[in-house]
Design a protein around this ligand. Structure first.
Ligand code: URP
Ligand code: ZN
Ligand code: ZN
Length: 470
């Protein structure tokens, strides 16, 4: 059925204007004034903004990690994402050394199919670059539409790849038209520092932060950027947390390197002191890179404002406090790394960013949706409000005041990292391809409605003739 959204203020990455939006067959088919409402359900968005659906480029749903599995899966995770104003997630598909990439991709399809309530896609981890992997990559791009590869420079003996793998991945990505993503921390140095801390009896959660200082992130970021320049390739640095990493990205960009940076809401509003909470509660704030001293927040906000960083991912990788984070009592290295952020990503950026005058409302849309769509081959199908685009829309009340809490969130975990944070603004209704997933703050979506998205190559537009599968 057709839908006509009236009386809202449309906000894109470039413009803010009043117009009606006509939706048919999941697409925006017209925008303008006094559009013909015949045969359409009319939706009143008075007093609300209409944003393109948020795109979360960084999630770990149902991911095996740290001796357990992240709690939110493609069902609870995408429901929570939708409540938060996100209509597409790109999740990290983990691979194992020596196994076909296809096997890992099939595992991720099995996890997500019939569960996701919004659209989704995958990035592919490169654990080790060798001839088998190299031979499989063209198929991964052509058949799966996976056009971004992830290399971990940390988590020694778990995910960490060596510099040869990083460099060969950069070279291959340049040739094939993919974007390389890095978790940039020096895993070897962290390994040394964590072992030393444990032998000195330093076992509390705060030592997670103290053994992964900003310098190890800055060093790895600079190394990855330098290798990108050498390979004349393209790089996206995930979860940038500190001034040292921002500086390396800025230097690389100033040298003309194709380097991009993502930060996350947790680094914008929380700081290292949270890891010192008593009764082991600091474990709730253990993720990597760790939270930093508070002054880094200003650097990150400024970097978003002036374009040194371009996107906001959630790095959703949630674990219960009870039974999961508790695995690390007496040894901080055993605390599963990660936190629950998928639901609050958009609201925190709006409230702390737009409402507090740190970024403009059009920058907000760019950072949480449009730029991500462009970098990851989803634009212009996703990431904007335009005729021909998917009707992925967020009807957002910019004035409602509320307090973030685990008591009201939709994620499956037993705590919220932003507990008690007062925010202004909330998604009222969220549509994915023209269908309500959230309507008047109630979930009305369907499990399995979310479609797997094949993405265009780096720098290319996603054309409609790219065959999408359900
Ligand atoms: O601590 C984190 N960030 N967990 C998820 C995996 C990763 O490094 O992104
Ligand atoms: Zn990471
Ligand atoms: Zn991550």
């Amino acid at each position: 059925m057709k839908k006509l959204i009236k009386n809202g203020t449309i906000v894109t990455a470039t413009d803010t204007f009043e117009a009606e939006i006509l939706i048919e067959n999941g697409k925006i088919v017209a925008m303008g004034h006094q559009l013909d409402p015949v045969g359409a359900e009319v939706i009143d968005a008075k007093g609300c903004y209409i944003f393109p659906g948020g795109i979360d480029p960084h999630t770990h749903l149902e991911m095996p990690f740290g001796g357990t599995v992240s709690k939110d899966d493609f069902e609870t995770g995408t429901i929570a994402a939708a409540f938060g104003g996100t209509t597409t997630v790109i999740d990290f598909c983990l691979t194992n050394k020596g196994e076909p990439l296809k096997k890992a991709i099939n595992t991720w399809h099995a996890k997500s199919k019939d569960k996701a309530v919004i659209d989704y896609s995958f990035h592919l981890m490169i654990a080790e670059m060798n001839d088998d992997v190299l031979n499989e990559l063209p198929k991964v791009i052509d058949e799966e539409g996976i056009t971004s590869f992830k290399v971990f420079m940390a988590y020694k003996n778990v995910f960490q790849a060596d510099d040869e793998t990083l460099f060969r991945t950069l070279v291959a990505a340049k040739e094939l038209g993919a974007l390389v993503m890095v978790h940039a921390e020096n895993g070897d140095v962290i390994d040394y520092l964590t072992k030393k801390a444990l032998t000195e009896g330093k076992t509390d959660p705060i030592y997670h932060a103290l053994t992964r200082p900003p310098e190890v992130e800055g060093e790895a970021t600079g190394r990855a950027a330098e290798l990108t320049g050498l390979a004349q390739s393209q790089l996206y640095v995930v979860h940038v947390s500190c001034a040292e990493a921002v500086e390396k990205i800025t230097q690389a960009r100033n040298r003309g390197f194709d380097v991009w940076g993502e930060t996350c809401p947790q680094y914008l509003v929380l700081d290292q002191s949270y890891l010192e909470k008593p009764n082991f509660e600091g474990a709730k704030y253990v993720w990597s890179p760790p939270l930093r001293e508070k002054w880094h927040q200003d650097v990150l906000w400024n970097a978003l404002k002036n374009g040194q960083l371009q996107t906001l991912g959630s790095d959703q990788c949630s674990f219960d406090f009870k039974g999961q984070k508790e695995l690390g009592r007496g040894d901080f290295t055993k605390i599963p790394n990660g936190g629950p952020f998928i639901e609050d990503r958009v609201s925190v950026l709006f409230s702390e960013g737009v409402k507090k005058g740190r970024i403009t409302i059009n920058q907000f849309v760019d950072i949480m949706s449009t730029r991500i769509a462009k970098l990851f081959g989803l634009f212009p199908k996703k990431g904007t409000i335009a005729v021909g685009a998917d009707a992925d829309l967020v009807i957002f009340d910019p004035n409602v005041e509320r307090t973030i809490s685990a008591a009201t969130h939709h994620m499956a975990v037993d705590y919220n990292a932003f507990e008690g944070l007062k925010v202004t603004g909330e998604p009222v209704s969220v549509l994915c391809r023209g269908e309500f997933v959230v309507r008047d703050k109630q979930f009305v979506g369907k499990l399995g409605y979310g479609k797997y998205l094949k993405r265009a190559k780096y720098g290319q537009l996603l054309k409609e003739d790219v065959k999408q599968t359900t």
